[in-house]
Design a protein around this ligand. Structure first.
Ligand SMILES: NC(=O)c1ccc[n+]([C@@H]2O[C@H](COP(=O)([O-])OP(=O)(O)OC[C@H]3O[C@@H](n4cnc5c(N)ncnc54)[C@H](OP(=O)(O)O)[C@@H]3O)[C@@H](O)[C@H]2O)c1
Length: 256
């Protein structure tokens, strides 16, 4: 059956930022599709709650505390997952941050480093470490969570936009170089999604939410579940001839 191409039975997925928001929804979606799921973020208790939800679906789960902006934690994360499950078939680089608003005149080195270390450097080096495992095992899929901001900036979140534009280029560079090892690398660019990160922007810029809904042809802010169909598509054999692409899941916002 063609629909079986979307199944992830027997696959091992590692999802960063898996404790809430888009990462949690993806972890549960992958588990429903049949995958074993490792989830990573900084706070273990939050991960343990999601691991329980995954196990209730009848799948194996591994919660790992890791700061994905730190090289030591990245190496430890990859060792823990490969020691437990032997391989990593799917990596979702979802952990991301945007801790404060600042224009390009005001951004300081600390804010720049906190955004770039996680959103771009951590994403790159975790991908590198996991790609080495995938190469040994005959291939895999990497999905990078970018953002609509990686295509079109909004004022005062420019450093975040710069990091996400970088994510789109990491996706293309790695797709080009890793295709020979049967590793496909794609990105997903969400629009506005109700999560802790997304809602913090609405709190910081009260007029922003209404403006975004007005600019979005589908007329609403997304829920994390709205991202899961595209995630499963990119993680599965249904997308077997797709690499180096970025799927925009943003309610048509670029049409206006
Ligand atoms: N929500 C939106 O509107 C939107 C739009 C476009 C793109 N995105 C992207 O979607 C991705 C997921 O964001 P979200 O909206 O789902 O946000 P969220 O609900 O706030 O979740 C962020 C996740 O990342 C983890 N995390 C944060 N800093 C980390 C670090 N240094 N190391 C490891 N994990 C870390 C968090 O857990 P801990 O805090 O416990 O570490 C949490 O699990 C991000 O890449 C974001 O840029 C979101």
């Amino acid at each position: 059956m063609y629909i079986d191409k979307y199944r992830l039975d027997g696959k091992v997925a590692l999802i960063t930022g898996g404790s809430r928001g888009i990462g949690r929804a993806t972890a549960l979606g992958f588990a429903e599709a049949g995958a074993t799921v490792a989830i990573a973020s900084r706070k273990l208790p939050d991960l343990e709650n999601v691991a329980k939800e995954i196990k209730k679906l009848g799948r194996k789960a591994l919660p790992v505390a890791a700061h994905v902006g730190r090289m030591e934690d990245i190496n430890n994360l990859v060792s823990k997952v490969t020691n437990e499950f032997g391989e990593i078939d799917i990596l979702v680089n979802n952990a991301g941050t945007s801790p404060a608003l600042a224009s390009s005149l005001d951004v300081d080195e600390r804010l720049w480093d906190s955004i770039l270390n996680l959103n771009l450097k951590g994403l790159f080096f975790l991908s590198q470490a996991v790609a080495k495992v995938m190469k040994e095992h005959g291939g895999g899929k990497i999905i990078n969570v970018a953002s609509m901001d990686g295509f079109k900036p909004e004022a005062n979140i420019g450093t975040y936009a710069i990091s996400k534009a970088g994510v789109i280029m990491v996706t293309k560079v790695m797709a080009l170089e890793l295709a020979q090892y049967n590793i496909r690398v794609n990105a997903l660019a969400p629009g506005n999604v109700h999560t802790r990160l997304g809602d913090s922007r609405f709190l910081a810029m009260p007029e922003y939410k209404g403006e975004m809904i007005k600019r979005t042809p589908l007329g609403r802010i997304a829920d994390p579940d709205d991202m899961v169909g595209a995630m499963i598509y990119l993680a599965s054999d249904a997308s077997s001839f797709v690499t180096g692409e970025c799927i925009v899941v943003a309610g048509g916002i670029f049409l206006t």
